[in-house]
Design a protein around this ligand. Structure first.
Ligand SMILES: Nc1nc2c(ncn2[C@@H]2O[C@H](COP(=O)(O)OP(=O)(O)OP(=O)(O)O)[C@@H](O)[C@H]2O)c(=O)[nH]1
Length: 591
């Protein structure tokens, strides 16, 4: 109910905002910020509702970054984030803001919106006392708006609803206000209506952060207790841990201990993210920043770990529940001699994305590799892309599968169930929230895309784990001229084996380049063939167009062909493009 929610709106917004002093910007003295002057908050929202744009405006308003036309998603630092226009990693920034003659320290933690990354959201929230819940004035409440609201509500954070994009022609902020009141029980006068794009009314957001969100409950006189809530690896400086201080003070030169591994380290550097690292020599309880302490081994900075002063052991803070992987895939180096390089790249990347689980695995066809668990298919693709972009690694990914529990007995029990409706609620006259129980396998691949296209983009979707159910499942092999393609071995429901097998065979036929000989593509359950396609022989002569005698052009084409071949994997004597497996898999559920 509304009564349980801490924090409420006040009606007056004084206008005497000061600017951020240059001195503070260059050399922040963190001792000036008493606990009561600190606000730690996150921005949460459904994907594309405008979190990153609002974060950019808040950074500009507080003088953290200059106002230029190029401030697009400053906190989205990863290349993959900029390319895909989505937030993957939560980022932190400390903002200095003057309000009614007083300097405040506002720690902003950006969060991702996609359903695959909700783990990052709950992690960010552990360092906060409040959230800005951003809702698009045109689209209204969507699936992740609801999911994120409940994450914040359960963590007992102050929720400030921000209705964004009021500049849009079809915006209906009043309708969204009513939805917020109905679904979240937040009085409509607490909603702040803004345009993050144009900057309209964004100052009210900062003022609400100061007035409605309580300062952190921490004790500076107690011995140091710092929570590691994120960490990254820098080739030259080692591990950079993002920390939130719950008690005490940490200074450069301090000897600190990790509660997780009991090792002692010396603090080489502490500071705030503004939004880039700015060394401050000290951090005090209630503050959020980074710390470098000579941790060289990537396993040393566990997310969720507590750091304390040597000789002053403390009770560790509650860590984080490890994220539950939903999608599993094998990962192998394209070239086995690259095994060790890939191993260290995976270790470094999993330090930064601890929601990926890693187990060693090996396969007759692919050699030594790993079995990785991801939170969803987008998460898997992003991880793969980051490996390639940030670590220059060439990998083979096998077909993603979901976890099954097999009971080894002859009696199979109940027929596999399709979705079962659990509950239904009308959000307003034109929107309804439906709750279904689904087999995970049915939603994991491109259910989301199909839902979007069927509903012309209107429906949105979120999911949580509902446990295991028994089902009649069979293992299906895909064969190329009689050789099993390890990457495409899948578990399917018995009734769908034929359709799924046929789709995979047809899709493979479209993706496989013709070769010198005929290729038979078959789907088999045990020794029974359930589908078959054939690829006719053909030789691609890349030099055919090179009439005349330009030798450099010929060499270029041959080089390109050789590079293309590096991205191929050999099954028997058949060359298969590396990305064929993902392409094939993506169509599997369009049965
Ligand atoms: N018209 C209008 N467009 C906006 C406004 N705020 C954001 N947008 C646009 O909406 C799109 C999504 O904005 P982002 O800030 O990237 O959204 P996000 O919620 O951070 O997205 P993720 O990080 O992927 O979750 C971008 O094209 C923005 O330019 C606004 O106030 N008005």
């Amino acid at each position: 109910t509304g009564a349980a929610r801490p924090g409420a709106a006040t009606n007056s917004w004084p206008t005497d905002r000061l600017f951020c002093s240059a001195e503070l910007k260059e050399k922040p003295d963190m001792s000036k910020f008493l606990v009561e002057d600190i606000r730690n908050f996150s921005i949460i929202a459904h994907v594309d509702h405008g979190k990153s744009t609002l974060a950019d405006r808040l950074l500009e308003l507080t003088g953290t970054i200059d106002k230029t036309k190029n401030n697009k998603q400053v906190l989205d630092k990863l290349q993959v984030e900029r390319e895909r226009g989505i937030t993957v990693k939560a980022q932190t920034a400390s903002l200095f803001y003057s309000f009614q003659g007083k300097q405040y320290l506002l720690n902003l933690i950006d969060t991702p919106g996609h359903v695959d990354f909700s783990y990052e959201v709950s992690r960010s929230l552990s360092a906060c006392q409040g959230v800005l819940l951003v809702i698009d004035a045109n689209e209204g409440i969507q699936a992740q708006t609801v999911a994120n609201f409940f994450l914040a509500f359960e963590a007992q954070l102050t929720v400030i609803p921000v209705i964004n994009k009021i500049d849009l022609k079809n915006a209906d902020p009043d309708m969204v206000e009513k939805q917020i009141e109905k679904v979240f029980d937040i009085p409509s006068d607490e909603c702040i209506k803004i345009s993050a794009k144009l900057g309209t009314n964004v100052e009210s957001v900062l003022q609400a952060v100061i007035e409605r969100i309580p300062p952190p409950k921490v004790h500076r006189k107690n011995p140091l207790r710092a929570l590691v809530f994120d960490s990254t690896f820098d080739q030259y400086r080692g591990v950079i841990a993002n920390v939130a201080l719950f008690d005490g003070v940490v200074s450069k030169g301090d000897k600190i201990v990790s509660a997780h591994n009991q090792k002692t380290y010396e603090v080489n550097e502490v500071g705030v993210l503004n939004p880039n690292e700015k060394s401050t020599h000290k951090l005090y309880a209630g503050q959020v920043g980074y710390l470098i302490a000579g941790m060289k081994d990537v396993t040393e900075a566990q997310i969720g770990d507590t750091l304390y002063l040597h000789n002053h052991p403390v009770e560790p803070l509650p860590g984080f529940k490890s994220a539950k992987p939903m999608v599993f895939a094998g990962m192998y180096p394209v070239d086995q001699s690259e095994y060790n390089n890939l191993k260290s790249a995976i270790e470094k990347l999993t330090l930064n994305d601890s929601s990926v689980t890693v187990h060693r695995d090996s396969s007759l066809a692919l050699g030594a590799g790993w079995r990785l668990g991801f939170l969803g298919l987008l998460h898997m693709e992003v991880f793969n892309q980051r490996l390639e972009q940030e670590y220059n690694a060439a990998v083979i990914l096998t077909t993603p599968t979901v976890p099954y529990k097999a009971v080894l007995s002859s009696a199979k029990l109940i027929k596999a169930r399709r979705a079962v409706q659990q509950n239904m609620m009308f959000i307003d006259q034109s929107r309804v929230m439906l709750k279904y129980l689904f087999p995970l396998n049915e939603i994991v691949v491109d259910f989301y895309d199909s839902l979007k296209s069927l509903s012309s983009g209107y429906a949105s979707f979120d999911y949580e784990d509902a446990g295991y159910q028994t089902a009649e499942l069979v293992k299906m092999d895909i064969l190329l001229n009689g050789n099993i393609v390890e990457e495409l071995v899948t578990i399917v429901h018995k009734d769908k084996a034929h359709t799924v097998g046929k789709t995979i065979c047809e899709r493979l036929k479209d993706t496989l380049p013709r070769q010198l000989f005929e290729i038979a593509i078959q789907a088999a359950i045990g020794s029974k063939i359930v589908a078959r396609e054939t690829v006719k022989p053909y030789r691609k002569n890349v030099l055919a167009k090179c009439y005349g005698g330009d030798i450099t052009r010929k060499m270029k084409l041959l080089k390109r062909q050789a590079e293309g071949k590096k991205r191929m994997r050999k099954i028997g004597n058949i060359e298969v493009p590396k990305d064929a497996f993902i392409k094939v898999l993506k169509t599997q559920t369009n049965k």
